[in-house]
Design a binder for this molecule. Structure first.
Ligand code: GUN
Length: 286
């Protein structure tokens, strides 16, 4: 049987560390780290994610400031809000929940965030820092994936890593982090030809294509480590829905280790957001 990497337990341990750092900051300065969370519109999945992020902030002692804006909120007004948050010394992190409504240019909005407060790591300055290995804030899901991998891998040198998915949020940044550890990285996506053959050569598979049960047992070589980033909602015959990942996990007994969905990458993403917020606050005070 493959080892199941327990993302919930690892997220709890990381959040406990973060809570201790928050307590130290409060003892030192009397002020907790603060995260501004901006949600435009009423996308149901985004509402769930934002609620979860805010409740986790409270659990570790981070102050969160929520800005819920209507779906037709003008772009200019959103940019003005970001300017205000950028210049507010009591705000250490700014998170703009994606996706944004179609009338808003997401790239323009993300570019407006002060890179030092960009706890999502999406600003071009932080993307550039990641690609040159020069610090900055690292996107939360890739950061969480590396912590999950670090629990089963000591040395990445000589390992083949195949990333499935080329998004700015997961695929591209996790490829950079794996390269930094000197793995040999292949970035693939849903249009890649002979994807099962490429995946079968991998020691590490990171599946982030957003395609339910894409990665089948025969795609995975014995002993490989599989990180499942997918969160796909599948309608059931009885009208309910079920969340499944990008991997057919029940076919992966021959893997060395796999992450479950739910309970793998998801909890680590939020724990890493809290970690990034405290990091941004600590850096702002030094
Ligand atoms: N929407 C889906 N994933 C993310 C994320 O990591 N950060 C933000 N801000 N929005 C998202």
């Amino acid at each position: 049987m493959a080892q199941i990497i327990d993302g919930r337990a690892m997220a709890r341990a990381l959040s406990d560390e973060t809570a201790a750092r928050v307590a130290a900051m409060v003892a030192d300065s009397g002020q907790p780290p603060a995260l501004a969370v901006v949600l435009v519109g009423d996308d149901p999945a985004s509402q769930v994610y934002v609620r979860r992020k805010i409740s986790e902030c409270a659990r570790v002692g981070i102050r969160s400031v929520e800005h819920r804006l209507p779906v037709d909120h003008p772009q200019d007004a959103l940019l003005t809000l970001i300017d205000l948050l950028n210049s507010d010394p009591a705000i250490h992190g700014i998170l703009i929940q994606l996706p944004l409504p179609p009338h808003i240019d997401a790239a323009l909005v993300l570019d407006r965030i002060d890179p030092a407060k960009d706890v999502d790591g999406f600003h071009p300055v932080n993307v550039g820092r990641l690609s040159t290995g020069t610090g900055g804030l690292v996107p939360c899901t890739p950061l969480g994936i590396m912590r999950l991998l670090d629990s089963v891998i000591d040395d990445y040198r000589g390992l083949n890593a195949v990333v499935i998915g080329k998004s700015n949020i997961v695929g591209k940044p996790v490829a950079m982090l794996l390269l930094e550890r000197e793995a040999t990285v292949t970035v693939t996506h849903i249009e890649t030809l002979h994807l099962p053959d490429i995946a079968r050569k991998a020691d590490i598979i990171v599946a982030a294509a957003g395609a339910p049960h894409l990665v089948r047992g025969y795609w995975v070589k014995p002993g490989a480590i599989v990180i499942d980033v997918g969160i796909n909602r599948i309608a059931q015959a009885d009208g309910s829905s079920q969340i499944v990942g990008d991997c057919a996990t029940q076919e992966l007994d021959h893997a060395r280790a796999v992450t479950p969905v739910p309970g793998g990458v998801g909890p680590m993403t939020i724990a890493c957001l809290l970690h990034n917020t405290v990091l941004a606050a600590e850096r702002a005070r030094t």
